[in-house]
Write a new protein. Sequence first.
Length: 178
Amino acid sequence: MALAVVIFLLVVGSIIFHFTSPWWFTDIATDWGSIDFTINITFWVTGFVFVACNVFLAYCIWKFRQRDGHKAVYEPENAGLEARLSIFTTVGVVAMLAPGLFVWASFVTPPENALEYEVLGQQWQWQFRYPGADGILGTADTGFVSETNPFGINPEDPNGMDDVVVNDPNMHLAVNQP
């Protein structure tokens, strides 16, 4: 019986701590509101599951405690219970994943007028490839990678002939251009 009370108090204390906690998200950038929203959905779903499971655990400890005149019944399978738990789990996982997939899709999709660059990171070294005067990066393939062609630029692609390769740790970007 004492264990049920301790578990219930743990749940109540966790909820109080969550709402009175000084550790909340700071406003880092206006572009990240959707990511914060997705994380908050995850907190709400997992928080609900945490509360539901622990309150149910405390209830079971209290309800099915050892008492005179009561005998435990062994029930190895319960298809209805298993189906309900599978459905609840599926709904919870979908509730957490679906918003994240939409946020991720918007995060990895560049704007229409975005400039395209290539970055090559090696140990203690960075190289950058910018499009040349034509504004188009040439094709590249790992089969063309060599010490003199670290990006693997296709030597027969006319779009790659004017690409600019910079071997410098500092990347230079156009101002006000996505």
